[in-house]
Design a protein around this ligand. Sequence first.
Ligand code: SF4
Length: 207
Amino acid sequence: MPTRKRQLPEIPPELVGTVHVTPLDRIYNWARKRSLWPMFFGLACCAFEMVGTFAARFDPSRFGMEIMRASPRQADLLIVNGTVTKKMAPQVVRLYNQLPEPKYVLAMGACAISGGPFKEGYNVVSGIDKFIPVDVYIPGCPPRPEALIHGFLTIHARMERESIRDLRWYRKGEEADTSVPVPELGPDLVDWRLTEQIEASQPEPVE
Ligand code: SF4
């Protein structure tokens, strides 16, 4: 995102040292990046690295991130931390849609990024970015807490470059519908309710 340089007003000489002038975006982003609330949810083994990251040793309260919310309505960071099965993908998208704007997504680990060791398995999604927009990818199997923290810092750096004027959800008079369609179980996905129909449609085995 391009950073726009703005002309700041000059401070009268008698107020230098007393008054500090800065763009509203900077204050706003500074506050936002120090109060990013992740959602507490886990998919597979990577989730335990995330839990370890939020324990005392790594101390995410340094970044104002120690509050993990159990409800997507109260969080603004979704950490997709593990294997996304085709059965689980609709639920992950639904949770993403329930996060309030502005929201961010972090794909943690090889599974969330591409399916990882289970890639092209019959029941595994080859990357959550097939369904929802991902802001930061953290490779590894599993990534260490330091890598997850680096992902947090990358999101913070991205926030710093954002402007209230450019973000869609702050524009007046513009449709603010940012929801993405929830995928349905289809021919590509496993739907055990159709087992009998699938069996009936198979040709007779040749003797
Ligand atoms: S990337 Fe590795 S550690 Fe993470 S969920 Fe997949 S298999 Fe487990």
